[in-house]
Write a protein that binds this ligand. Sequence first.
Ligand SMILES: [Zn+2]
Length: 330
Amino acid sequence: MILPWQTAQWQQLVSRQRQGKLAHAVLLSGAQGLGKRQFAEQFAESLLCHDKGENAAACGQCRACLLLKAGSHPDIKYIEPEEEGKAIKVDQVRALTDFTVLSAQFDQGYKVVLIGPAENMNRAAANSLLKTLEEPAENTILLLYTHAPQRLLATIKSRCQRLNFVAPTYTLSTEWLKQQSVANAEQWLEIADGAPIAALNLARNDDESIASRYESGLDTLEALQSRQRDPVSIAAEWQKKDSLRAVKWLTNWVMDIIRLAQGGSVASLSCPSQQSRLTSLANRLDVDGLHAYLAHLYEASRLLGTTQVNQQLLLEEILIRWSALPKNRL
Ligand SMILES: [Zn+2]
């Protein structure tokens, strides 16, 4: 099943392939947790299947599909970090040459390579891939996926057909999550920053600690404004957990507070489950101050993603500025 928010991208690739216009390399990009890898895998299966159904979906029953299911199809290769979060090494990319040139094809059809997260390629790996892209092997399709295309070499990007993925609407996402039997779909979606596959994974792992951090997040921030909590201890807590995620939540809440302050409806919010707390903040806080704070949050998030920054200090500054946000004059 193609995910409901990926049908346009699917149609695009299928029609390119039918017209013989499929590039040797396709780069799938978009936020984390939208299902790009799953999409790449489904498209690879479609290319290798002998008996594609309507809409080019793989049949799941032919010889090729059975080999795919068993993980023993000779014409598909995965170039992914050996451990999550680790680099893709040059040896892994070099093995591509053997795969495309030396190994025999199963049925004279396509060979497909999945590469990702592509931004995890180290410099040597990226340079090695570039050589492959410059001299593409016949009938070999490289499917790269990334959520950080800005970290890829421009020369790699320019040799790929681009396919962008965007997060579906709140309604579509929560409906889909409910179809997957996710309870509290709204909250999991908000925790995952609007990315449904990420929300599904979090819900299936039923990570209580992340759910309770999200639920108590705005309480903590309100306690900070009323001086019942201090920025240093909250920053230390954030740093122990996933500080980028905490800042992302704060950013989404601030955007929602601005929307509400400017008369936006609940339907316009990205975190409607927090509506009552957000509304009371929207009544209290000055909207110009919030805009300036939002700009600060964007810059801080960018810095948090780099390695040379003192995270504790950066988080403290975010929290001190939050506690000092100008109030509305009544
Ligand atoms: Zn098949």
